[in-house]
Design a protein around this ligand. Structure first.
Ligand code: PEP
Length: 249
C-alpha cells in the first residue's frame, strides 16, 4: 500500500568534482524498482545532479526552500517554484539543523510546507525530539506538536501529499541509531494519531526514519511495519552504501 522511500541528505557537503564522482557511483548501482529514491544535494549542485541522473530512478530533492512559493525579494533564498524548475520532486522542511541552528519555528515550517505543496513539490516534514526531551519522556508530545502545526492547516490528506521523516535529534550524525523497536514505537504513535483524525488517509502517509541509518542497520529498521524507508545523511555520501540501504528497503 505504501511505497518505501529512501532519500539521501548530502547536507553542506561536496564540490563539483566530488559530486561528479558520487553521481558516477550512483549511476553504477542497481536500484530496486519497488523503492522510491531521492538525493538532496546542496542547492548549488541540483542542476549538475539533475543532468547526471536523467534516466535514473533517483529523484531530486532540495534540502530547504523559501516560505514563499514564487520568486521575490528574499535575498539568499530559493523558492519552491525555482526548485521545481530545477527538476526537484521533493524538499526537506523542518530538518532539525534548520530548527536548531537557524531558528525555524513550527509556524515557519508550516509556511514552507504550504509553499512546497503549492508548487507541486512533495515536502518531507522532519520531526523529532532532542536527547533531553527523549530522556524526559516527552517524545510523543514534541513530535505531536511538530506534526500538529501542519495538520491544523492541511489535515491528514495534506500531510499524505508529502512525507513524514521521524528523525530523533540525538541520532542524527551521532552514530547512535534508535533501535528498530524504539523507532517503530514512535512511527506507530504517529500513525495512530493520524488515524484518530482520518483513519483512511493515515495508512497512506509515508513515515520514514532518519538518524545514523547505515547499510548494516537498514534491514532491521525497514523491516518494521510502520517504517517506510529512510532519510540518510552521512551514509548517503557513499554510493555503494546508499545503494545497499536502498536495497534494504
Ligand atoms: C540527516 O541529516 O537527516 C541524517 C539522518 O543524518 P545521519 O544519517 O548522518 O544521521
Amino acid at each position: 500500500m505504501r511505497r518505501p522511500l529512501v532519500a539521501g541528505n548530502w547536507k553542506m557537503h561536496g564540490t563539483r568534482q566530488s559530486v561528479e564522482d558520487l553521481l558516477l557511483g550512483l549511476n553504477g548501482q542497481e536500484w530496486p524498482e519497488a523503492v522510491e529514491l531521492a538525493v538532496a544535494p546542496p542547492a548549488l549542485y541540483l542542476q549538475q545532479c539533475g543532468e547526471a541522473l536523467q534516466g535514473s530512478p533517483i529523484r531530486l530533492a532540495a534540502q530547504n526552500c523559501a516560505w514563499q512559493a514564487e520568486p521575490g525579494a528574499l535575498t539568499g533564498e530559493v523558492s519552491p517554484s525555482q526548485l521545481r524548475d530545477a527538476g526537484c520532486e521533493f524538499v526537506l522542511v523542518g530538518h532539525s539543523e534548520r530548527r536548531t541552528l537557524f531558528g525555524e519555528t513550527d509556524a515557519v515550517i508550516c509556511r514552507k510546507f504550504a509553499a512546497a505543496l503549492a508548487c507541486g513539490l512533495r515536502p518531507i516534514l522532519c520531526v523529532g525530539e532532542t536527547r533531553e526531551q527523549m530522556e524526559a519522556g516527552q517524545t510523543a508530545d514534541v513530535v505531536g506538536r511538530q506534526l500538529q502545526a501542519v495538520l491544523e492547516v492541511f489535515g491528514v490528506g495534506g500531510l499524505a501529499q508529502g512525507v513524514v521523516a521521524y528523525e530523533p535529534v540525538w541520532a542524527i550524525g551521532t552514530g547512535l541509531t534508535a533501535t528498530p523497536e524504539q523507532a517503530q514505537d514512535v512511527h506507530s504513535m504517529i500513525r495512530g494519531r493520524l488515524a484518530l483524525l482520518d483513519s483512511d488517509q493515515a495508512g497512506c502517509v509515508q513515515i520514514i526514519y532518519g538518524g545514523s541509518v547505515k547499510a548494516d542497520n537498514a534491514v532491521d529498521l525497514f523491516g518494521m511495519p510502520d517504517i517506510d524507508g529512510g532519510l540518510v545523511g552521512g551514509a548517503s555520501l557513499n554510493a555503494e552504501e546508499f545503494g545497499a540501504i536502498a536495497r534494504a528497503a
